[in-house]
Design a protein around this ligand. Structure first.
Ligand code: SIN
Ligand code: MN
Length: 266
């Protein structure tokens, strides 16, 4: 799958692009069911909120077959190869839960700020491409983006180790106010199967979820192979050190897996 000229222009100028209906209901259903099984497991890759609810499951593409297929899916890999003009590898893979009633905030931040400071990534030639597993509503903690904020490069940030269970390099309120004055705010919403791509320097965050509706989103962070990280400090399952280029699977691989999965359940 390739992005069209309008989508490329929007990504370049605004820093984000949303592709609704990228995966079918059947394809997403198997991922959602597997994600719930993963959150119920007790393993180090699963990070929990201070309440004990799941926050994020790292590296599921390495230990779960359905997410392994998603991590090689051409609808996600090809647009990134197109944008970077070379093959990509998986820098990070996470399934964020934003659980009903307990899903906690993600403070305002830039992803590349963390990849540069913590992992020694040379340039912002990595990008998040995310797949909605649940419906994302305006009220269940959608991801909020500040359009055009990616044009400012890496902004000053403080290392916040106390607001949530997960340490993050975050921006202060003054910087966020200025960026929102310039670019406004957007929170893409939509059905499971929608895909959101955004630039590594785009400022984003999300509020807590106090609704009964969970908001699971999978994030593949794909990095251009030549831009591999140089000075890792984090666990291998958070910032991968296998820089092997990803070879895409067939476009129908997830659908075939979903059909076999459904058949086995009957
Ligand atoms: C992130 O920025 O890495 C996650 C934000 C979210 O899932 O709301
Ligand atoms: Mn982020």
């Amino acid at each position: 799958m390739k992005l069209n000229d309008t989508q490329i222009k929007q990504l370049d100028e605004e820093g984000w692009v949303f592709l609704p209906d990228c995966f079918s209901a059947e394809e997403v259903a198997v991922l959602k069911s597997e994600a719930e099984g993963i959150y119920a497991e007790d393993r180090p890759e699963i990070w929990r909120e201070t309440s004990g609810a799941p926050r994020t499951a790292f590296a599921a593409h390495t230990y779960n077959e359905a997410f392994g297929i998603l991590g090689r899916h051409p609808r996600l890999i090809e647009p990134l190869e197109q944008v970077f003009g070379e093959q990509v590898y998986m820098h990070q893979f996470k399934i964020n839960a934003k659980a009903s009633f307990t899903g906690d905030v993600w403070q305002w931040h830039q992803d590349y700020g963390t990849w540069a400071r913590d992992d020694g990534m040379p340039e912002p030639r990595a990008m998040n491409i995310s797949v909605f597993l649940d419906e994302v509503y305006p009220f269940n903690g959608p991801l909020m983006l500040i359009p055009r904020s990616h044009r400012h490069g890496v902004l000053d940030a403080g290392h916040d180790t106390s607001t949530t269970s997960y340490p993050l390099w975050t921006l202060d309120n003054e910087a966020v106010t200025k960026l929102v004055d310039e670019g406004g705010l957007i929170a893409p919403t939509g059905k499971p199967g929608g895909v959101l791509m955004f630039h590594g320097n785009l400022v984003h965050g999300s509020a807590g979820n106090i609704t009964p509706f969970p908001r699971k989103i999978v994030y593949l962070t794909l990095n251009a192979v030549s831009n591999h990280i140089r000075t890792p400090t984090r666990e291998e399952w958070i910032a991968h050190q296998d820089f092997t280029p990803i070879e895409s699977c067939d476009d129908d691989a997830l659908l075939r897996f979903a059909k076999a999965y459904q058949h086995a359940a009957e």
